[in-house]
Design a protein around this ligand. Sequence first.
Ligand SMILES: NC(=O)C1=CN([C@@H]2O[C@H](COP(=O)(O)OP(=O)(O)OC[C@H]3O[C@@H](n4cnc5c(N)ncnc54)[C@H](OP(=O)(O)O)[C@@H]3O)[C@@H](O)[C@H]2O)[C@@H](O)CC1
Ligand SMILES: Nc1ncnc2c1ncn2[C@@H]1O[C@H](COP(=O)(O)OP(=O)(O)O)[C@@H](O)[C@H]1O
Ligand SMILES: [K+]
Length: 519
Amino acid sequence: MMTLPNLLNEQAAEILAYKAVSSEQVKKFEPQAAKNADCSMFELMTRAGEAGFEVLKTHWPKVTKIAVVTGNGNNAGDAYILARLALQSGMQVCVFCENIERELLADAGLAQREWVAAGGESKNFSCIDFSDFEIIVDGILGTGVEGEVKQSFQLLIEKINQTAMPRLSLDLPSGMHANTGIPMPICVHADITVSFIAPKLGLLTGIGKELCGRIELTDLAIGKAFYQLVNVDSQVVNWSLLNPIKSRPVNGNKGSFGKVLCIGGNQGMPGAIRLSAESALRAGTGLVKVYCHQSSGLHVASGRPEIMLQYQDLEAALNWCTCVVIGPGLGQDQWAVQKLDHVLRYLTTDPKSLVVDADALNLLADKKDKTNLYNIFSKLPACILTPHPGEAARLLKVQIKDIENNRYLASENISKMYGGTCVLKGAGTLIQTAETQNKNQCSWVCNGGNPGMATAGMGDLLTGIISAFLAQGMPEQQAAIYAVCAHAEAGDRVARQYGQRGMIASDLLTPLRAIINGL
Ligand SMILES: NC(=O)C1=CN([C@@H]2O[C@H](COP(=O)(O)OP(=O)(O)OC[C@H]3O[C@@H](n4cnc5c(N)ncnc54)[C@H](OP(=O)(O)O)[C@@H]3O)[C@@H](O)[C@H]2O)[C@@H](O)CC1
Ligand SMILES: Nc1ncnc2c1ncn2[C@@H]1O[C@H](COP(=O)(O)OP(=O)(O)O)[C@@H](O)[C@H]1O
Ligand SMILES: [K+]
């Protein structure tokens, strides 16, 4: 898979913690990577246990009573190492396992025997009582979980989640699918997850991002050897990791920075397109025009005379612009359908950069001839679709839960079906381009942003920022990545200053301006 490493600043390109992989990649390459780094598999397990213990001591320095809950695989091996280290440092530790008579295999067996030899106490799950402890270490299941978690483990996980105690998960919250972040059907809800060797895809987006808590990554000192063998599945990104945007040429004029045409704002819906237009201006577009329903014009431009307006002759507006946004407040009535069809016809013969959002996505979803759409979109200089999970579900004709069950796959499928880059919004926004004749596959996941941003108009703002970057000459994938990161960073700055609740989309405009100027 092709990524765009030149977008990352020098320091970021070196950070292994931001190169996400699937569990299959870990399983396949971990032994060879360890070998290349002169590390036995048991040594690797020991490092994992040690790293887990370090995280525990760092984040909960006062804790001395530890319940370590183990399964039957190597994840349990990591947990036995941690348990022994904690015991040997003078803490009160008990390991809870499915069956104390069961001897684990291979390296996990060795870790288990070391625990017993150190005088460690083990008990069966059936006598679990967390009241004597201050923290739960979760070493039940890691990347080896297959299919639905078995019933007895489900009950155990439920019990763990019901306690008010902090929970530290080793490698993955037990029960989570490593690649999608989905509980199968239940997983430990961790406060911190210590992720070994490489972050797994599922920890970074959607529900997985919530269930793993804070991620602490340790590469167990084999990261370099590992990444020499694997292709990264998805690059984690945020604004601080990106190279700054180049300064403007001193002789620039407004024509040098693009002309964005924002189409939307149907009757009674002026707000969304106004936000897109305003953010397009604040993200540096030279000229911004809104094509809207006449009844919306006053509201769209009120207090913002920099926004130009047009109600008629869409053809002329399309001729004028260098980048088209369609969707915010577009509606789905006859007026909306006509505008979208006009744009599609126009772009067939006169390709321009395009951002498709909101109701325009819903209208695209209804179109039967997806090949025609693909043919139009894949030939544009840039085409970016920005669905939230609801819109994504309509685009793929599936349920929202199907999108959230595998956000990576969903965004890739949208990109494949419609021929543009897909920005699948939500916690851990994904930027995915599927491989086509003229586009390289690339997958990025933004770890910025916060739930304060889950409020009306926030997506409209993102649409405007994307269009601004396209209008100023960034290529498709770069514009999508930079815009998602700038938008998330603006949301994070507002949250840091005023908190998450009560954030509104236009709060982001001032920080956005500072961010893109490198301030
Ligand atoms: N030295 C090393 O190799 C290193 C490995 N590392 C660590 O190993 C982890 C991967 O280890 P893994 O592959 O052994 O899998 P793991 O997550 O422990 O689970 C397997 C066990 O789970 C069980 N099980 C499976 N499905 C189930 C289900 N549906 N429902 C219930 N139970 C189910 C099954 O048990 P059984 O059926 O045998 O009772 C099986 O034995 C990885 O995440 C990392 O933590 C790192 O420390 C680096 C060094
Ligand atoms: N929990 C969250 N964490 C990070 N970002 C979020 C979260 N919830 C929403 N956002 C961001 O806020 C924006 C919301 O967009 P959208 O749902 O299209 O809103 P609207 O349609 O009202 O404009 C998206 O960019 C999304 O990624
Ligand atoms: K675990």
